[in-house]
Write a protein that binds this ligand. Structure first.
Ligand SMILES: Cc1ncc(COP(=O)(O)O)c(C=O)c1O
Length: 919
């Protein structure tokens, strides 16, 4: 644990709680033993009392074991009845560890002695196949009332119910908010009439989880208005929770005025059956996986296949003598589910009208979009679809040059005029950060000055970046829309699908930002704010660039359109088979302006034989994210923090490696909060930094600086991690390796990684000790090279004038498509070895690339078609020791244009499709 960090700082109490129960079981067993052997028990007693104090404030937010049983644990301990105390603790801990409490059996722990051990031995006939969840009831009630309600709801259970649930009762808004933050098993919440603002309990150890947004004067409101305030707060933290209102006043009147957050309203005197059925129905609606279910049903039907796909129902395999091992390995089920049918209960991805349409609609609800589309060829394809749908040849698109290759190819195919944006460099680590908002605004203002704003179509950014830099999308969109009110945004969230399921991450996702922005633009208070802003700045179209660069801009609510797209590799951070990806749309002009072209673009890039297994896995991944995303993402972050702590606090590891912090990766000028380590210094700091800073770091991406090992990133990845220990990582730089935790990371896998790192460090230490003076010198030189400055990362040098609108242009956009296709004529191209290229550049000649040149790592194109070489680029390329450089042939060198080609291109230079500003 980092110095000063609270055990609860990481916003997840699951680990603290399960560790405390395990320790309690161990200590209580020792207590019994010590008592039997007449040994002193004071020290053990203190340990146990401390553990009970840790658990006390947490347990009231969980249905099992429940406050009654926990009270009994405390009482038995206080009364010195250690045998019974230890038995009860053992029972509870076993039930928690084995999840046996999820059957809903063995729950009367607070009652009779003989029930004590039942938790550890659930009744055999209990069904274990139904998912279990918990329901939060917000009402200040007596213990007896709570008991009656629990029993009443239990009485409605039926053996064939699809789910089983238990209730957690809290008496106040504060407790309800803490419960929503802490108890990931909650799926529904029933808000009743009588509850307080503040918690009656001492919650000081959980102060991190209390929300300060609910004002104290909430108690002056009517119970129903208070319920609405609570509903809004809960929906902000956990939008997936089904909210129900139970009231005693006229429900008919209330129903019309209810906030959309409530799924249903009930009259309190009408009993609980309807409520019970609604709770089950609400979860069932989210549990639905229409396409997976249709595929499952289809796969069990006998079919005669007179169509393509001999593998369907395993037919071409089962009779084969030579590929039987295919079934041995994969099992039969997957082949039963292989079909090319689009009817008989199935659906067509290209024109969905049945289960695929339903599955996509459910995904739209889960991910907060207006429309969601499944993509079976990864975000590489999703990006090309969105770009083609929205960009016409000649449109100007602003894009981070450091973006994924799919954007470079997509923009090339679309014929966009591309303006590359430079991210801030992190030269010491040979990495890029993200694109500062000031740089985006500067480019937009330049385009405005050149009279080209009408041709600017889209801003395309990666959120979060591979290395974990997260934008503030709402701020970026607000300020850009102030300059260009109909700008379309494509946020590449290939690595960020999980972010929707954590309350601190969520506001920084494209879909949530789009929704918030849309709501904000409609609010009368915003219009007033805008009027104030407008009267200070004057007409924005005439305002001075420097003024607009310096101040925060607000979009004109009468002109701004919210047109936002996001692409997510579901397979990268949530559950899906490889290549499963989604496009989320929150475009208020989609129906009028984009639906048709989107459809065409989707048809352009989508196979007419999409893989059904990928589609079914997207459907299932959606269900999982909806019902347990909140839990899994908290665990992902907690695991990341454990890994960071272990590396930084281990005496041997910290000799050779160090986790880079927010302060290392995000310069102070982009962190107005001034917080260097947001999550490590506690949840409130994380919330503050994520609220205000221009960039924040996704804590689940852990960049470890390994310069002191003397291994470069690529060697460390291949020779140390992969070959020796089978640890897979993806990205490296000269002196860093990137580890990421996902919802699939377990505590054991973190422990294994730490073990591996310690072994590598130990071996290295031993090797250094045994080195000869010459070897030691070589090692020290390697360390020196890796820890000192390298060639700076080169900025985008510019397009050759032949690929711009005209040689006199003042703005930098270029036509990558023309530059790309010109090179199909071999006689226009030649190869230059690096020395010759350097010589020519030094002589002041323009050397122009025909193609993308992309070293891995870092993995972004250092040159694009039509781009001129610069000394910085050549120096950077020379400094790389990576073996993999796409677009460069070591035997021939760089492929560049001959002068004749550039002359022809210049003469050919087409007028832009829409020339100049509108009259
Ligand atoms: C930022 C970014 N966008 C898009 C992609 C492509 O995603 P996929 O692998 O799903 O095609 C990647 C892949 O690494 C990426 O890093």
């Amino acid at each position: 644990m980092a110095d000063g960090a609270s055990p609860l700082a990481y916003n997840s109490t699951w680990q603290v709680r399960s560790d405390a129960w395990c320790s309690l079981e161990e200590s209580s067993a020792q207590l019994v033993l010590a008592g039997a052997q007449h040994r002193p028990v004071e020290e053990l007693g203190q340990t146990i009392a401390d553990l009970l104090d840790v658990l006390g404030p947490i347990e009231r937010f969980w249905a099992f074991p429940g406050m009654q049983a926990f009270g009994k644990v405390r009482r038995l301990f206080a009364a010195g009845k250690y045998d019974r105390f230890a038995a009860l603790v053992r029972g509870i801990n076993r039930a928690l560890a084995t999840d046996s409490f999820r059957t809903g059996q063995a729950w009367d722990l607070g009652a009779e002695d003989e029930a004590l051990d039942r938790a550890a031995h659930p009744m055999e006939q209990a069904r274990t196949d139904r998912p279990y969840f918990e329901v939060l009831i917000v009402e200040d009630m007596t213990e007896q009332q709570e008991y009656s309600l629990r029993e009443e709801l239990r009485r409605w259970r039926r053996p064939d119910d699809a789910f089983i649930y238990e209730i957690v009762v809290v008496p106040s808004i504060e407790d309800a908010i803490m419960a929503a933050r802490l108890n990931y098993r909650l799926q529904a919440c029933v808000v009743r009439r009588r509850f307080a603002r503040r918690s009656p309990y001492d919650s000081s150890s959980l102060a991190h989880f209390v929300d300060s947004v609910v004002a104290d004067d909430v108690m002056e409101l009517s119970p129903e208005e208070r319920a609405q305030v609570l509903a809004r707060s809960l929906a902000r933290i956990r939008p997936e929770l089904d909210l129900y209102l139970m009231t005693e006043i006229s429900v008919e009147d209330m129903a019309g005025r209810l906030s959309h957050h409530f799924r249903r309203i009930f009259h309190a005197r009408e009993g609980s059956l309807e409520l019970h059925l609604s709770i089950l129905d609400g979860v069932a609606a989210r549990y639905r996986t229409p396409f997976f279910s249709a595929l499952k049903n289809y796969s069990h039907r006998p079919t005669g296949v007179f169509h393509a796909l001999p593998i369907s129902h395993g037919k071409s395999i089962v009779e084969s003598h030579w590929i039987r091992d295919m079934i041995d390995f994969y099992g039969m089920e997957i082949f039963l589910a292989e079909t090319s049918a689009t009817c008989g209960g199935l659906d067509s991805l290209l024109e969905p009208t049945g289960p695929l349409r339903d599955a996509q609609q459910l995904a739209a609800e889960t991910f907060g979009s207006r429309q969601t589309y499944f993509v079976t060829n990864g975000t590489s394809t999703a990006n090309k679809i969105v770009v083609q749908a929205l960009v016409q040849p000649g449109d100007i698109v602003l894009v981070d040059r450091n973006c994924h290759q799919s954007h470079h190819y997509g923009l090339m195919l679309a014929g966009a005029m591309v303006t590359y944006l430079d991210a801030y460099p992190l030269n010491h680590y040979s990495m890029y950060g993200a694109v500062p908002l000031r740089e985006i605004k500067r480019q937009l203002l330049e385009l405005r000055k050149a009279g080209k704003l009408d041709r600017v179509k889209m801003l395309l950014l990666t959120n979060c970046t591979f290395d974990g830099m997260v934008y503030n999308p709402i701020r970026v969109m607000e300020e850009c829309l102030a300059i260009k009110p109909d700008l379309v945004f494509l946020w590449d969230e290939a690595w960020f699908a999980f972010a929707r399921f954590h309350p601190v991450y969520r506001p920084r996702t494209a879909m949530r930002a789009a929704r918030t922005l849309g709501e904000q633009l409609r609010q009368p208070e915003y219009r007033e704010r805008y009027q104030e802003f407008a009267s200070e700045v004057g007409a924005i179209d005439a305002a001075d660039d420097e003024v607009l660069l310096e101040r925060r801009l607000l979009p004109d609510p009468a002109r701004a359109r919210v047109r936002v797209y996001s692409t997510q590799s579901t397979h990268k951070t949530l559950t899906s088979l490889r290549q499963g990806s989604m496009i989320h749309v929150s475009d208020q002009d989609f129906n009028q302006k984009a639906e048709d072209t989107f459809h065409e673009a989707y048809m352009t890039h989508t196979s007419t034989s999409p893989n059904y297994q990928i589609l079914a896995s997207l459907d299932l991944g959606r269900r999982q994210a909806d019902l347990e995303g909140f839990e899994l993402v908290q665990k992902q972050i907690e695991n990341a923090m454990r890994l960071r702590d272990a590396v930084d606090n281990h005496p041997l590891l910290s000799k050779f490696m160090r986790c880079l912090t927010t302060a290392d990766l995000i310069p102070a000028e982009y962190r107005s909060s001034g917080i260097d380590q947001p999550l490590r210094s506690g949840l409130p700091n994380m919330i503050k930094a994520w609220d205000t800073d221009e960039f924040v770091l996704d804590p689940s991406r852990i960049t470890i600086y390994i310069g002191a090992t003397g291994f470069d990133g690529d060697h460390f990845k291949r020779s140390q991690l992969m070959d020796r220990y089978g640890v897979q990582i993806n990205k490296t730089s000269r002196n860093t390796v990137l580890f990421m935790t996902t919802i699939g990371t377990t505590r054991s896998s973190v422990a294994y990684l730490i073990e591996v790192l310690v072994t590598i460090a130990r071996d290295l230490e031993a090797r250094i000790a045994d080195m000869s003076p010459a070897e030691r010198g070589a090692h020290e030189r390697a360390v020196q090279r890796l820890t000192s400055a390298s060639a700076p990362l080169p900025d985008f040098s510019g397009f050759h004038s032949s690929f711009r609108d005209s040689p006199a242009e003042t703005t930098p956009e270029g036509d990558v498509r023309r530059a790309f296709y010109l090179a199909y004529n071999d006689s226009y191209c030649e190869y230059l070895m690096p020395e010759e290229a350097e010589q020519r550049v030094e002589n002041g000649e323009q050397v122009v690339s025909t193609t993308y040149v992309t070293p891995y790592p870092p993995g972004y194109p250092v040159l694009v078609p039509g781009q001129v070489f610069s000394q910085e680029i050549l120096a950077f390329m020379r400094s790389l020791d990576t073996p993999e450089v796409h677009g460069y042939r070591p035997d021939l060198g760089y492929r560049v244009y001959v002068d004749k080609a550039l002359e022809i291109a210049a003469a050919d230079c087409p007028k832009p499709l829409r020339d100049g500003p509108p009259a």
